[in-house]
Design a protein around this ligand. Sequence first.
Ligand code: SF4
Length: 67
Amino acid sequence: MKITKIWLNETNEECTSCGLCESIAPDVFEVPYKMIVKENVDYDNFKNGIKEAADSCPVGVISFEEE
Ligand code: SF4
């Protein structure tokens, strides 16, 4: 399975800008205000960090797609 897409999913909650995702996977996430996903990142190199960040986000707003 390859992670093909990551996005901020604020359907139910909003990013609180806590910075946890960036501290777990700084090569993928940045939190200048709300979380943004860095450009030109090969997500495959950071799979575990991406999954851990998505699981750990206190408001569950990190979504990703695998195929
Ligand atoms: S861990 Fe979740 S709430 Fe915290 S900055 Fe990242 S996306 Fe936002």
